[in-house]
Design a protein around this ligand. Structure first.
Ligand code: C5P
Length: 289
């Protein structure tokens, strides 16, 4: 048996933080979109426990890897659903293409792909909702990554409502090389008063109307406001390049630092990607999925 599953990257068409919660997390309101940039996850029987290997040497290979956590959590949940034996030993192999620590939910998407693949091979004993519920213990973005598509995410990010699909378009993604600390950015947000918020209702109306330009011009991410000065300037410069190259709108994804833009013209998107590739290593062309 060898299972193969694609793990798609996630973009935030909007990201708003509404406040803090009693559990220490933040109350979110985000329009999420999966795109064709993906990791390839393969699973086969192993010789001891859950092992993960990938083309990135620095990723954990043991139970600290979200993909291994997902496999363990899947078999624990199965144990509750039916009389099932202990988790088998599995070797999980991940061909990483989604950059890590990038705001693209790559690790969460790998975990979600493991949940889907294991469930499929056992002829789907668990519903998609149950897989999403298992996923929320692994990370706030995992529930979205289980189903993908276009969705409104609230609560910690795990309360999902399916939305009309984003109209097909060309997407350019560009990850600058500076690191970002998600908890540090959240605590910065706790200390400032936000002056600008995304027009989430406007984005929802534009999605219902199939209005790509209407979505793109309303995209916004409140984390952009609290980036350290130099990093904020770099994100703004990438956005300016994308806008000068004719995108319909550009924003940062998640807690960054990846910047993305939507184009209704593939050739313009290719030119923008080519220009950014001269300065940045992690530049990708994708489409919504
Ligand atoms: O859930 P996940 O492990 O992806 O979250 C990473 C970190 O981001 C958390 O430890 C927390 O600091 C922050 N976070 C938050 N509120 C959320 C999601 C994440 O404060 N809704």
């Amino acid at each position: 048996m060898e299972l193969h599953e694609r793990a798609y990257a996630k973009l935030n068409l909007t990201l708003d933080v509404l406040g803090t919660r009693a559990d220490g997390y933040h109350e979110m309101c985000m329009v999420m979109q999966s795109v064709s940039l993906c990791d390839e996850v393969s699973i086969r029987p192993g010789r001891g426990g859950m092992r993960v290997e990938s083309n990135l040497r620095f990723l954990p290979t043991d139970g600290r890897n979200l993909a291994a956590m997902a496999a363990e959590a899947f078999y624990r949940a199965l144990d509750g659903a039916a009389a099932q034996t202990a988790a088998p030993a599995l070797d999980i192999s991940i061909q990483k293409r989604i950059p890590v620590c990038a705001g693209l939910a790559g690790g969460s998407s790998d975990a979600a792909a493991v949940l889907r693949a294991l469930n499929r091979t056992l002829e789907k004993p668990l519903s998609t909702e149950r897989l999403a519920q298992i996923g929320r213990e692994i990370g706030s973005d995992v529930p979205f990554c289980v189903g993908g598509g276009t969705a409104l995410a609230t609560g910690r990010g795990e309360e999902l409502e399916a939305l009309p699909a984003l109209p097909d378009c060309a997407v350019v993604l560009c990850k600058p090389s500076f690191p970002i600390s998600t908890p540090a950015l959240f605590s910065m947000l706790d200390r400032v008063k936000l002056h600008c918020r995304p027009d989430t209702q406007g984005v929802l109306a534009a999605l219902r109307a199939g209005d790509l330009a209407g979505v793109a011009r309303r995209m916004y991410n409140v984390f952009e406001d609290v980036l350290p000065r130099r990093e904020g300037a770099e994100v703004a410069a990438i956005k300016r390049t994308l806008i000068a190259r004719g995108c319909l709108g550009a924003s940062m994804s998640g807690s960054g630092p990846t910047v993305f833009a939507l184009f209704d013209d593939e050739a313009l998107a290719q030119q923008a990607a080519a220009e950014l590739s001269r300065e940045y290593q992690d530049v990708f062309l994708a489409r919504p999925v």
